[in-house]
Design a binder for this molecule. Structure first.
Ligand SMILES: Nc1nc2c(ncn2[C@@H]2O[C@H](COP(=O)(O)OP(=O)(O)OP(=O)(O)O)[C@@H](O)[C@H]2O)c(=O)[nH]1
Ligand SMILES: [Mg+2]
Length: 449
């Protein structure tokens, strides 16, 4: 990792030409950067001042812009931070960067500002991950999920759980460390009850985590069916863009083509793929192989059939799971009477649609939204969507289970499991320290008087 003593700079407002670009500088030389580039002292803390920005070597004006000064520790990184809001032209930024380089600052690496904020204790790991997710969020649900982590709600939940554990651990440790005090060993009824409660809370959080992951990463939907049934046409219709090639020749699509869609706030990834059939050549065979692989991994499969052949091919049937949806495309080719009869034959869940008209699109999107909601749930509570968090919760759960089943005279093992549980939780927010344990022992007990 790069030297954390360096003063770093970066565009914080995103690349490309823009009305205004925000350039942040963090580190010991930030104040000097303002002095050199504005030929003046930094403005009062957290106050925007309009300044001429000049090249310190030549005195030539680079731009005119707002300058802000956030002295340590009251900044995002906890270090001295300078902010230049300049015009977002490439030449302005190039000149500004070259001046910053000339006074000994260097470009920041990806995530380096946030890493410094973490190192300085300004944010914890869960908050840093929430921030990363918020920056990547494309839909309202992703935004809500990320905000709960970034805002510290997740950390607060973890910390409350961890503190509860540490309190129980403190009692158990006291019994081990001070045998002369004749304290009863094991877990008392109250501790046992709160451990059981904690284990239930974590079990519930784990149950919701699969849904949270779907919300964070997107709900993947595979369009499967025989060749030529209109998978690509439906993809184009549903996404409102002509992304996929459509043709009357069976076997048109070979690559897996994905399009992302915001459906009622949830991120959906629709994948169009090769029709499932005996492949005509090696390229199509590879397409079919990829299609099957992708279909198996998807959260949902839309099996598409057409009136000329309403029974799906065997390859498609074998991929189906109970939650999947059946769509009869090209319903425009049927008269009203035939459509009704075919719908009846296909069963109650089948959706009649047409890529030629708008028929059935609303029903299809509605059915998709219902599926994603059922799987993802809502963001009414803190949700642990990342594999790292889920793994830590599972470890906690394992240690809690062992602690709850520890027998009499096994206080050492009990303490160790409680410690492991607390440490696993602490890894989620990245705040693991043993100092808290000592604090609790000495604040809650008066042993030795
Ligand atoms: N009448 C009618 N024709 C359709 C409909 N949907 C697709 N088609 C036609 O069916 C043919 C095949 O459409 P595609 O979208 O390429 O079908 P596909 O399932 O992607 O086919 P492959 O990629 O070859 O597996 C094209 O000629 C489309 O115009 C529909 O709803 N109604
Ligand atoms: Mg196709």
């Amino acid at each position: 990792m790069a030297d954390s003593a360096d003063t770093i700079f970066a565009i914080s407002s995103g690349p490309g030409r823009a009305g205004v670009a925000v350039v942040r500088v963090s580190g010991a030389k930030s104040g000097a950067a303002i002095a050199a580039l504005t030929a003046g002292a930094p403005p009062p803390p957290r106050t925007a001042m309009l300044r001429r920005i000049v090249d310190p070597l030549t005195g030539e004006a680079i731009d005119r812009g707002l300058v802000l000064w956030f002295p340590a520790p009251h900044s995002f990184t906890g270090e001295d931070v300078a902010e230049f809001q300049v015009h977002g032209g490439r030449a302005v930024l190039a000149a500004l960067f070259s001046c910053l380089g000339a006074i000994g600052c260097r470009p920041a690496e990806a995530g380096e500002f946030t890493l410094r904020a973490f190192r300085a204790g300004r944010i914890d790991l869960a908050e840093a991950e929430g921030l990363a997710d918020l920056l990547a969020a494309e839909t309202p649900m992703q935004r809500r999920l990320a905000l709960k982590a970034m805002d510290g709600e997740m950390s607060a939940r973890i910390e409350a759980w961890r503190q509860g554990l540490i309190r129980i651990l403190a009692h158990v440790e006291a019994v081990i460390d001070f045998p002369d005090e004749d304290l009863p060993g094991g877990l008392n009824a109250l501790s046992r009850e709160s451990l059981r409660q904690l284990s239930e809370d974590i079990a519930r959080a784990l149950e919701r985590s699969a849904g949270a992951a779907v919300m964070r990463e997107g709900f993947t939907v595979a369009l499967i069916g025989a060749a030529n049934v209109g998978k690509s046409s439906l993809l184009n219709k549903l996404t409102g863009s002509e992304v996929a090639i459509v043709s009357p020749i069976a076997g048109t699509t070979r690559d897996v083509l994905t399009v992302r869609l915001d459906l009622e706030g949830y991120l959906i990834e629709l994948a169009d793929m090769a029709g499932l059939r005996e492949a005509g050549d090696a390229i199509e065979a590879e397409g079919v192989r990829r299609a099957k692989g992708r279909a198996e991994l998807a959260d949902l499969r839309l099996l598409i059939v057409e009136p000329a052949n309403p029974s799906p091919p065997a390859e498609a049937k074998s991929l189906l799971k109970p939650q999947d949806l059946l769509v009869l495309n090209k319903a425009d080719l049927l008269g009203a009477e035939d459509a009704r009869a075919m719908a009846k034959a296909l069963g109650p869940g089948a959706i009649l649609a047409s890529a030629k008209s708008d028929d059935g699109h609303a029903a299809l999107l509605h059915a998709l939204a219902a599926k994603v909601k059922a799987l993802a749930g809502s963001v009414s509570d803190v949700s642990f969507a990342r594999a790292r968090q889920v793994q830590a919760l599972q470890e906690t759960q394992g240690a809690l289970g062992r602690a709850l089943s520890a027998g009499e005279g096994q206080d050492e093992l009990l303490a160790e499991d409680l410690r492991l549980a607390a440490r696993a939780l602490g890894r989620i927010s990245g705040r693991v320290d043993v100092e808290d344990l000592l604090d609790v022992i000495f604040s809650e007990f008066c042993i030795g008087k």
